[in-house]
Design a protein around this ligand. Structure first.
Ligand code: GSH
Length: 220
């Protein structure tokens, strides 16, 4: 059996892991977890968050950072932690999945509400419950009302990353973990099928396409 990645389609951390698997040349299947029904995910991984990765050996990995560490140990070549910039990749990933993720998550709330609302009223209610437990009552409605400002804030924090890509294809020169983390965070603005990055962030738009096409490039 191929490795199985348990995911929610909109999840940035699942997007990151998908591209790392593809970069390493590993074929895998995705299991789309229903936001409301996590029984299989719980049975397989003992917890209810994604990504969870079940390897061919039966070993089950959770937490995207631990997944990357284990994949690096099992399949070191090609590495996502290039020797001379390993620390920078880790530090930048921490920023992208910390402060930057918070800003981009806020900008993505209306799309997420639409996505789960289309599945059912219960899906939307559960999505709101999870986010309002974390961020306070009224969070989702407030994010919808403040959407324009949230998009401006997202553009602000993405601008320096766009600038870093002026003269190179990847953030630190050679493709590595931080690029996959950035791809995952940009996925928040792309999971609907439309890349909602402002036109002025042209380098980032190209960058997203470059990583997005990785599997196709490897298949070629
Ligand atoms: N530290 C974990 C965080 C995993 C996580 O929070 N995943 C989100 C999706 S990106 C999730 O499953 N959230 C649960 C929920 O929304 O109910 C990792 O890096 O994998």
């Amino acid at each position: 059996m191929k490795p199985r990645l348990f995911q929610f389609h909109p999840s940035p951390l699942c997007a990151k892991v998908r591209k790392i698997l593809e970069f390493k040349g590993l074929t895998y299947e995705t299991v789309e977890v229903d936001y409301l029904d996590r029984a299989q995910l719980l049975a397989v991984s003992g917890q209810i968050n994604v990504p969870a990765l079940e390897l061919e050996s039966g070993e089950v990995l959770t937490d995207s950072a631990s997944i990357v560490t284990r994949l690096e140990a099992l399949y070191p070549d090609p590495t996502v932690l290039p020797p001379l910039s390993r620390g920078l990749h880790v530090a930048l990933t921490r920023y992208l999945e910390g402060d930057a993720a918070e800003v981009l998550m806020r900008a993505a709330i209306p799309d997420l509400m639409e996505y789960y609302g289309r599945q059912s009223d219960q899906h939307l209610a559960f999505f709101k419950l999870i986010h309002e437990r974390r961020h306070g009552a009224g969070f989702c409605a407030r994010m919808a009302a403040e959407h324009e400002a949230n998009l401006r804030r997202a553009e602000e924090i993405l601008a320096p990353l766009d600038e870093a890509l002026n003269d190179k294809a990847f953030l630190l020169g050679r493709l590595g973990l931080a690029d996959f983390a950035l791809y995952g965070q940009l996925w928040r603005l792309a999971f609907t099928g439309e890349l909602k990055l402002p036109a002025r962030l042209a380098n980032l738009r190209e960058f997203f396409g470059r990583i997005d096409r990785l599997s196709a490039a490897l298949d070629a």
